[in-house]
Design a protein around this ligand. Sequence first.
Ligand code: SF4
Length: 492
Amino acid sequence: MKVKMILPALAEAESPFWRPIKYSLFPPLGLATLAAYLSPDDDVDLQDQHVETLKLDDQPDLVIIQVYITNAYRAYKIADHYRSIGAYVLLGGLHVTSLPDEAAAHADTIFLGPGEQTFPEFLQDFKKGKPKKRYSSSIRTLEKIPPIRRDLIKRNLYLVPNSIVVTRGCPHHCNFCYKDAFFEGGRSFYTQAVDDALAEIDRLPGKHLYFLDDHLLGNKKFASSLFEGMQGMNRVFQGAATIDSILRGNLIEKAADAGLRSLFVGFETFSAANLKQSNKKQNLKKDYDQAVKRLHSLGIMINGSFVFGLDEDDKDVFKKTVDWAVDNAITTSTYHILTPYPGTKLFKDMEQQGRILTRNWDLYDTRHVVYQTNNLSAEDLKNGYDWSYNEFYRWSNILSASSKHESLKHKLKHLFYSGGWKKFEPVWNFLIKTQNLNNILPILESILSKVPYTNTETLVDPAPSMLPMPPVSSTQTRHPTQVIRFKNEFNK
Ligand code: SF4
């Protein structure tokens, strides 16, 4: 059987702010994960439109398309095309799960939620000539999942081909996040067996890894065993975790010992009212400065995520947020305009309040204001968002933030990482054009090399058993998805 798997490009690909490097970071792992369930005899073509020109003149039997909110219209066009030439078309992903009826109009079969159980079930039904119109995931396990078909990934087209996901979902319930909608009807946070995760790591060549898990420290027992198992594997890695998990116990030290060198952290907002509005309990009453100090003491660089436009925000929020990030030596910042994705609690609340201003999904990219704002005007919000990016990534601020680290090595790492990411666009474009992106991995690995630890004793929170509240985490744009993960970590 001829199978075509497609990740259509996001709408932003046609925007003047398009940064090709941002979408040349991670391969479409979710599709490669599903491909593992196909027969070895199947002829599989996996295409990622962000890094290659989509070929539409072929004649596949089965087409599988990954749908996000801002590639939805493009995905539907591609689906319509393949259906018109007689292919059987499957749609799945976050947007399909959120708005199944919309997607169903362009598909022969749609998938709701994670695909590890439902895709093999579909394949069996398809072989029997009795595929259903809709498959909805209810059993959630990563036991005995076949190894990802990494052979389908064109490694040279990505900066970080060694991306990996060892958990699914997240233990938290932020109301702007897709996670609860995507995992509805079953478990919403579960992990691989530690040995399976270690075996997957072992299969990856080179040194660098990027964990795309929503919350790598979300299951203490799993993460602890994983980091212990990674001791001696000589890896450097990046990942994401929440503020409370950084402050609690000694998991973050174990992660650093195993090779953690940079972490995505969802700070989102400094306002307790905004955190409550977002149901982001894991950040409430947590000392952001202390979390930052603790990471820096372990030589871990920080990618901070911040959301603008929550109801308490006023015109001061932009300067306050950027100043804090520079003063606290945050290496890279990702800013988002609050976006009520369909299917989320935030969307439902705003819809009830009559605050949804448009259903043009192309604008749901966290760069546009799509809802009725509260304290800020839409214009101020958009201008403040643009200002924040420009301000944070001014050379003077990059230099100022870098200089705040203790060791010279950490200062230089910060400077190269932050400056390299935002200030050398022509170089990135040249590397992408010449398909040499993957060849600069050794440079990234050296930027992620170890920095000697400094004293952390005064920074540590009590062990979990002593905490008055249950451990509670991340970000607007870290979208959990089983069918595919796509990291919006480096925005704009
Ligand atoms: S935003 Fe992050 S921490 Fe919150 S529910 Fe989603 S993945 Fe979890």
